[in-house]
Design a protein around this ligand. Sequence first.
Ligand code: NAD
Ligand code: MG
Length: 382
Amino acid sequence: MKTISILGSTGSIGTQTLEVVRHTGDFRVSALTAGSNIDLLEKQMREFQPALVGVMDPDKAEQLRQRTSDLNITVLSGMEGLLAAAAEPSADMVVTAVVGMIGIRPTLTAIESGKDIALANKETLVTAGHLVMQAAREKGVRIFPVDSEHSAIFQSLKREDHSKISRILLTASGGPFRGRTLEELADVKVEDALKHPNWSMGAKITIDSSTMVNKALEVIEAKWLFDVTFDEIEVVVQPQSIIHSMVEFVDGGIIAQLGTPDMKLPIQYALYEAERNVMPGDRLNFAALKQITFEAPDMDTFRGLALGYEAGRKGGSVPTVFNAANEWAVARFLDRKIGYLDIIRIIEDALSHHDRMDHPDLDTILAAEAETYSYLESRWNH
Ligand code: NAD
Ligand code: MG
């Protein structure tokens, strides 16, 4: 039986991964981690009996240790807990389902420990893609994408020669504000931005989907996963979220993956190392669906997508600043401290303040993140 560890097991991807574990009965769980939701983590410990859990918040970790003293499970806190979970010896695969670039160190640790990766945590590839892909190559570790678009591309490429790719067609729903003007976006409230038309996800990625920064992160994620240039990645808006992405080849043929919007399929496809297995759930009904429509992304209104392409093309430390500024701004927006359009203004401000560094190592990336945060604190926190 295959053994997996899940970083971020209490989140949207984490809990859906455990649903797959539950319904298939084909996986054992060796480590779980959470930010602070110890009520849910305790339930998961009792059900899945991992050897180790990590809780980011030290006080919560201590509370959990006391509550679960009847179990033979080690409870660690902070980055130590995340890294120990990433390296837990009995795991064959680590599911990276934490949100944000906090995932860089545990992802690298999991790779260094020889674990295959089921990668949901896109911010890690955006900021440290060169380090992650190189480490995976050196260690012979496989990276299975969990993000639905990247899983679709991965599925479309399964029997294809990568050198025959002409374009990656990355689909986007356009989010809840597709078709709106900038004036109409100015007074968007947190509640409005948290309503995604097709997917139910964590708060941060839901806001990112509404600004299309999520699609920008996914463009950079695709560049690293599939070793293509930015000119070879085109975003296609497909509002029904039925086509999860497509690949066009040199002969003009296009292969796509379609399905109902359900993250359990890409999660399961990654856990089974790109093999198909039965999954219950709704099936597409084309007669009821009637149509699938397409449009070009509106990069003037949703500047985040254009800024992401630009940051990706510049490369080096620039995608880190793009990502860190977005993480900072989205957290402030969710705290109701800034307006909706400030998210993009903040990203632009951080990018224009930054001096690009080439081939940043891990410390340089984390320093660029910290500098972005302190710059933004001084400029925007009043
Ligand atoms: P979420 O907010 O629902 O869950 C995040 C998990 O990480 C939780 O377990 C939380 O406790 C933990 N966490 C949060 N902050 C942490 C910190 N500072 N330190 C340690 N742990 C922390 O997020 P999600 O929607 O499940 O997304 C997780 C990742 O997967 C993101 O990178 C997201 O972009 C990606 N992703 C999500 C979906 C989706 O459908 N939810 C789809 C594609 C990609
Ligand atoms: Mg996606």
